[in-house]
Design a protein around this ligand. Structure first.
Ligand code: TPP
Length: 626
């Protein structure tokens, strides 16, 4: 029997579905999501929780005229299903396939590209102001999770939208979870509203009863509602938002489509910002995800029956090594503290959090605050390790520069997911960190060639009384694990292979940053088979660069090739090139890096091949120069 979902093939088709069939459609959508995500991997739990919410929004809005902005965007799968993109789920997050996030170039129903958290209210605010100036009448809705609401930008936007005298609807999708447990005062406040709502019957009853009392009762109710005392909070939930000038509606059941439709219709009538607080269950409808929403926030392909990941990664990942080393550092040095911006699991800090809860700080999705908080702790005599993904640290550039580096404070940045991360795409690739970090005075920037070296670098950084950033990639380092690890000395590269006596032939120096050391070894094998001598240098330090090793390589080789998984502009290669220019060194230099562009989604190796960070292409470039 054909399903209802078969009839949903383009935007607004859902409006033809009768209310009696909504629940069945929700079931079919969950079934579709579960099958596609279990095959391809992707964000699951948030999407399962947002099925009815998205349906209600699609019944209410007119696409593409109206604008719907998804915060983070990882929960927009149902929106994609309802806007004619079911087919895309068969190539979800694959190269040239459908993105896992909203993309304006993918559909005119995607009002804004997202990926990083806490931007939706600002975007919606801007769209409302644009609508006012252009005289439009489209509806504008931002959907933000309780986790994303912990971000500073969301708070800044709330601060601003209170003064709007034009309609803006903010749907707060409160599932009581970030990726892990949500943290902070706002999370506690929302929890309070939710639990107060459990007394709705009582409060409603009390209010109704008072209202029924002639004169006096109605007056009491009015007075209570007007007063600024705490009793008002008892009657009117969401006072925090109300006091900011934002009308609060809720909390309402985020799995009840009719209730949400009514709330949206009511909200649309108000000439101001309105926040609708909906309560949903993360992972709804799939038991393993309801029980462990963190695991199913973003998953690799898994067996539907059991929820087990199909191809669990083998070997020790950089993240695991970071995690284990934090336990060692925590034991050795009581001044070490761990800081995360809502990513205790992804960064590997969870083990430290469990063993040293008093020295662990999850500050919410607030990278800027995390960095300045760490600066404060460092000023207070501690040595914070801020564990953060390269892409999210972009947010905290000024905090690193202004709050940590000007004061030369001992903060270690553990910059995970540096380089090409793969399937999350343009918003998540970590290919800019060398460019935005290495030029900051006082900041030492390092990159390990293997997990073993990451451990050493962390011990080294923990012994420094100045700021250090260590950037390392997603995945493991099996190829380079066995390579020698010399003691780390400040600013010194590690010469792994020397070309030796090459008077008769040509010689190439491969100077590799971090995980590109493995690539250097592949190139070496190929070049040496042709009689070309090859040296390999593990750069180790990107700031400061090891000038003396680089100059001696330039002197003794015909070509110097730098390798890095970072954009070329502002990267290691450019720094080396500048050194050669300043020192008047006449050597051919090939900069192996990612050309300056945003890198779409796809498998890590596919993207490395595509963007020239592979053996064949570099081999060709070297041959041409030789
Ligand atoms: C700036 C930034 N930091 C971290 C993340 C990683 N991240 C993606 S989703 C998420 C949790 C979002 O929680 P919430 O808004 O409540 O949505 P839910 O997944 O619970 O539906 C985090 C921390 C991000 N996308 N952007």
């Amino acid at each position: 029997m054909a399903g209802i979902l078969d009839r949903i093939n383009q935007p607004n088709d859902i409006k033809e579905v009768s209310p009696a069939q909504y629940n069945r459609l929700a079931k079919e959508i969950r079934h579709f999501l579960l099958h596609r995500v279990s095959e391809h991997g992707g964000h699951l739990a948030s999407n399962l929780g947002a099925v009815e919410l998205t349906m209600a929004l699609h019944l209410f809005l007119d696409f593409p005229k109206d604008k719907l902005i998804w915060d983070v965007g990882h929960q927009a799968y149902v929106h994609k299903i309802l806007t004619g993109r079911k087919e895309g789920f068969y190539s979800l997050r694959e190269y040239e396939g459908m993105s896992g996030f909203p993309k304006r170039k993918e559909s005119e129903c995607d009002a804004f590209d997202t990926g990083h958290s806490s931007t939706s209210i600002s975007v919606a605010n801007g769209l409302v102001s644009a609508r006012e100036l252009s005289g439009g009448d489209e509806k504008i809705v931002a959907v933000i999770g309780d986790g994303a609401l912990s971000g500073g930008m969301a708070m800044e936007a709330l601060n601003n939208v209170g003064k709007l005298d034009s309609n803006l609807i903010i749907v707060l999708n409160d599932n009581n979870m970030s990726i892990s447990e949500n943290v902070g005062g706002m999370a506690n406040y929302l929890a309070k509203i939710r639990s107060n709502a459990a007394y709705t019957g009582f409060k409603g009853g009390l209010e109704e009863a008072l209202n029924k009392l002639p004169e006096v009762g109605t007056k009491i109710v009015r007075r209570l509602k007007q007063s600024k005392d705490s009793l008002k909070h008892f009657f009117i939930r969401g006072m925090y938002f109300e006091d900011l000038g934002i009308t609060y509606i809720g909390p309402i059941d985020g799995h009840d489509i009719e209730q949400m439709r009514r709330a949206l219709e009511t909200a649309a009538k108000m000439p101001k910002a309105v926040l609708i607080h909906v309560v949903t269950k993360k992972g709804k409808g799939y038991e393993p995800a309801e029980t462990d929403p963190g695991k199913f926030h973003g998953v690799e392909p898994f067996a539907l029956k059991t929820g087990e990941v199909l191809r669990p990664s083998t070997g020790v990942s950089y993240t695991k090594m970071f995690s284990d080393t934090m336990l060692e550092l925590g034991e050795e040095n009581k001044k070490i503290v761990g800081v995360t911006a809502a990513m205790p699991t992804g960064t590997g800090l969870m083990a430290f959090a469990k063993r040293y809860p008093e020295r662990f700080f999850d500050v919410g999705i607030a990278e800027e605050h995390a960095v300045t908080f760490a600066a404060g702790m460092a000023a207070g005599g501690y040595h914070p390790v801020v564990a953060v993904y390269s892409t999210f640290l972009q947010r905290a550039y000024d905090q690193i520069l202004h709050d940590v580096c000007i004061g030369n404070l001992p903060v270690t940045f553990a910059v995970d997911r540096a380089g090409i991360v793969g399937r999350d795409g343009e918003t998540h690739q970590g290919v800019f960190d060398l460019s935005y970090l290495a030029h900051i005075p006082n900041l030492t920037v390092m990159a390990p060639k293997s997990t073993v070296e990451l451990r050493d670098m962390m011990h080294y950084a923990a012994s420094c009384n100045f700021p250090v950033a260590i950037r390392y990639p997603r995945g493991t380092s099996e190829d380079t694990d066995g390579l020698s690890v010399e003691e780390i000395r400040y600013g010194e590269a590690e010469v792994l292979e020397s070309a030796g006596n090459h008077i008769a032939g040509k010689a190439v120096a491969l100077v590799a940053v971090g995980n590109t050391v493995a690539l250097a070894y592949k190139l070496k094998a190929r070049l040496e088979a042709e009689g070309i001598s090859v040296s390999i240098v593990n750069a180790r330090f990107v700031a400061p660069i090891d000038e003396s090793t680089l100059l001696s390589m330039a002197k003794n080789h015909d070509v110097v090739v730098t390798l890095e998984e970072n954009v070329a502009r502002g990267g290691y290669g450019e720094r080396v090139s500048a050194l050669f220019m300043e020192e008047n060194v006449n050597v051919r230099h090939i900069a192996g890096a990612i050309s300056n562009q945003f890198i779409e989604h796809g498998g890590q190796q596919t993207l490395r091949d595509l963007y020239g960070l592979n053996e064949d292409e570099l081999y060709q470039r070297i041959r041409e120069v030789l």
